[in-house]
Design a protein around this ligand. Structure first.
Ligand SMILES: Nc1ncnc2c1ncn2[C@@H]1O[C@H](COP(=O)(O)OP(=O)(O)OP(=O)(O)O)[C@@H](O)[C@H]1O
Length: 320
């Protein structure tokens, strides 16, 4: 079986300047659980960031002061719709998500935020009676193409969940897990150390790597889960409410870490916490009830000068 994903290292990624032009080809392992594809109906225009201003000096604290003008695109959804049975959860979503930036997905409960996130690593495949329409390009390749193996895709898309979920194994083995599964055990100690350092956990655990990951505090467990996710060096890191189960101090630690990670990874984070979105993200996508993506723009624009009145109402707390 050819795993073309394996030939695509992070070093191959373009440095920026526009749309990625190196599509990743994936294995053609058939997948019985692949959801049905429906024929597309009326296409909608892709929602691109509406403003390439920097976030510097905008008053949105914590947002990046890097230029938002010159990044490439890692993810592109084209008229993406998702149904659970007959119920539509995402409605013709078109968006281009930049690489090596943090993109926050916000919106009221039930608007499809998690559904969108779960499309990116095809976790929706695990749910019965899901139908996906449209295209979802990851580095130029539609992840819903017949020849894409979701297992291979997931090696390139790390995910961190709301509740920290370390394995009942040692700290070391939690981080080493994905590397062992992939047979990448050369220099394992160095790779584990590097992942723990990137996750800002090394200094706290380096003298007790053999202890259970379950003995760490909540914030440490979540950083361990982040270390586990990044140990295999994914291109994309998905985070679904990663700090909502944590106390304010641990939350601040995770937020700092997310900012740091965006130097090396593309991060897409779902959060209910608008202040958190403002603090950690470069871009924000606002979904509203019915699974519609209403606006996608630099975070400072969304919070200070959105185009859409509904977004203005939402971020100013008038509903949701
Ligand atoms: N497994 C499922 N089966 C059926 N319907 C589902 C399933 N998961 C989500 N839905 C429905 O799809 C819609 C979008 O759900 P989703 O979880 O994506 O929203 P969300 O914006 O992440 O919500 P929240 O902020 O409350 O977590 C909702 O109406 C939800 O009830």
């Amino acid at each position: 079986m050819t795993d073309r994903f394996e030939t695509h290292s992070r070093a191959d990624l373009p440095a920026g300047n526009g749309r990625r032009d190196t599509p990743i080809q994936m294995t053609d392992t058939p997948d019985d659980r692949r959801p049905t594809q429906r024929v597309e109906e009326t296409p909608r225009p892709t929602v691109q960031p509406t403003d390439n201003a920097t976030a510097e000096g905008t008053g949105v604290t914590g947002a990046s002061d890097r230029s938002l003008a010159d990044e490439g695109t890692l993810i592109e959804a084209r008229d993406l719709s998702v149904y659970y049975g007959d119920d539509q959860a995402l409605r013709d979503v078109s968006i281009e998500i930049p690489e090596n930036r943090v993109t926050a997905i916000i919106g009221p409960s039930g608007c499809g935020k998690s559904t969108f996130l779960r499309c990116l690593n095809r976790m929706n495949d695990l749910i019965d009676d899901v139908t996906v329409e449209g295209e979802l390009l990851f580095a130029g390749k539609n992840v819903y193409d017949d020849d894409v193996d979701p297992v291979v895709l997931r090696r390139h898309v790390g995910m961190v969940f709301q509740q920290p979920n370390p394995f009942p194994k040692s700290i070391y083995e939690n981080v080493a897990y994905g590397l062992r599964v992939q047979g990448r055990t050369d220099d394992l100690d160095a790779k584990v150390e590097q992942a723990l350092r990137r996750a800002a956990l090394w200094d706290e655990v380096n003298d007790r790597l053999d202890e259970s990951g379950l003995e760490l505090s909540g914030g440490q467990q979540q950083r361990l889960c982040i270390a586990r996710a990044i140990a295999v060096d994914p291109e994309l890191l998905l985070m679904d409410e990663p700090a909502s189960a944590l106390d304010p101090i641990a939350t601040a630690g995770i937020e700092d870490l997310i900012r740091d990670l965006s130097e090396e990874y593309t991060v897409v984070i779902v959060t209910h916490n608008m202040q958190q979105a403002a603090r950690v993200s470069d871009y924000t996508a606002v979904f509203l009830t019915g699974g519609e993506l209403v606006e996608f723009a630099p975070t400072a624009t969304i919070f200070e000068n959105p185009d859409d009145q509904r977004v203005d109402d939402y971020v100013s707390g008038k509903f949701g």
